[in-house]
Ligand binder design. Sequence first.
Ligand code: KG4
Ligand code: ZN
Length: 379
Amino acid sequence: MILLQITGRLGGAGAGILKAPAVKRKKYWVPVRCLRTLRAVRILSIESSCDESAAAVLDSDAGLLAHAVFSQIELHRLYGGVVPELASRDHVQRLLPLVREVLARAGTDRKDLHGVAYTAGPGLVGALLTGAALARSLAFAWDLPAVGVHHLEGHLLAPLLEPAPPPFPHLALLVSGGHTMLIEVRAIGAYRLLGQTRDDAAGEAFDKTAKLLGLPYPGGPALSQLAAEGRAGVFEFPRPMLDRPGLEFSFSGLKTAVLHAVRDHELTRELRADVARGVEEAIVDALCAKTLRALEQTGLETLTVSGGVGANRRLRDRLVRAVTARGGRVYFPRLEFCTDNAAMIAVAGLARLAAGQHEPLAIGARAQWALDSLPPVAA
Ligand code: KG4
Ligand code: ZN
């Protein structure tokens, strides 16, 4: 079904699974038989770009058969942020049991699989390498093609996991711990970056200001919870870039402003909640204003919101109200697919494997990776 949704939008490019891949076969170490001969495609996917270990099984006909996430939050909480080396070591322990678990839950034997997808970047390079090494080793042992997926493409395609997926083209607001971007999504694999943050990402702003308020890592959900008790307008924090044209964001000034508020006031629980409310309002205001401006500029009517900050209730409500009022529609992944997961990696991986894309045997990962450098998906 998912493949149909994907291929339908690609104007029949899914026929790519019946064709030889666009690139010469001899470049590849893995056989591509299954991608050329099979209509239904079932893949295993692995995500390990930061502090979530995850695996999933996705079938082009039956949809998502299983997905599992192990969050390392407790491991990193003591340090107030992700410790890369600890993340890598924990992924090594968690990933294989997660793979076993999703295969069992999906009632899937390795013989039922047609490929393996994994997050190849951007992210913490050590963490990425653990998933890449496991995925490529499994693919080699099982004689399957493997494809390295761009983590942000995974986030962008997460809304396709929903029963009512967004039509193309659309505007995507991608708001995670590391990225804040407005992207025109013309089709799967056709992305145009319209604007992004100049400094901190929205998630980073939530996390850093939450830390200043003494809230536990990761700060986003904790700050948002505290903000629900706060009063609007008690603390007004800056909304940089709003008075300027363009679609860029800047959130680094927010933490300085919050630092001053925390230093200058004797903060009772009530006042801390007011600060949290002020922070959330400032971030949500900036995100909404630039998103609406992007819809205006591109003439697009459909918006998707993905990434961890897309789980924020105030942001979701504000965007739904504003976009609906101008006759558009907003699509969100369900909450569990906003934050890092392997189901979204499977969607991107399935589209690319189905289009005949996969890679040589060498294991690699990229800490930095420009989204608009991806090849198109149409075969
Ligand atoms: O997409 P994600 O899981 O990981 C990255 O790829 O970065 O996003 C994690 C970010 C963290 O900064 C976290 O604080 C933020 O998403 N986040 C939230 C909420 N849930 C997660 N921020 C605001 N409100 C939330 N409810
Ligand atoms: Zn992410």
